[in-house]
Design a protein around this ligand. Structure first.
Ligand SMILES: [Zn+2]
Length: 60
């Protein structure tokens, strides 16, 4: 399910406030933080991004 148009532009990583990269075309939809030292991957459930650090997948 694609995200609402324009929604991605207003979203930012709650941990470091960097923009998020849309990876919803992947098998498991996620929003990936573009922060150099952050890179958390936030899940998208039923088309709704879950921007909670506790829910995010840690890189590596
Ligand atoms: Zn981040």
């Amino acid at each position: 399910m694609p995200l609402e148009a324009g929604l991605l532009e207003i979203l930012a990583c709650p941990a470091c406030h960097a923009p998020l990269d849309d990876a919803t075309a992947a098998e498991t939809p996620e929003l990936i933080c573009t922060g150099k030292d952050c890179g958390l991957a936030y899940p998208v459930r039923d088309g709704i991004p879950v921007l909670l650090v506790d829910e995010a997948r840690r890189p590596g």
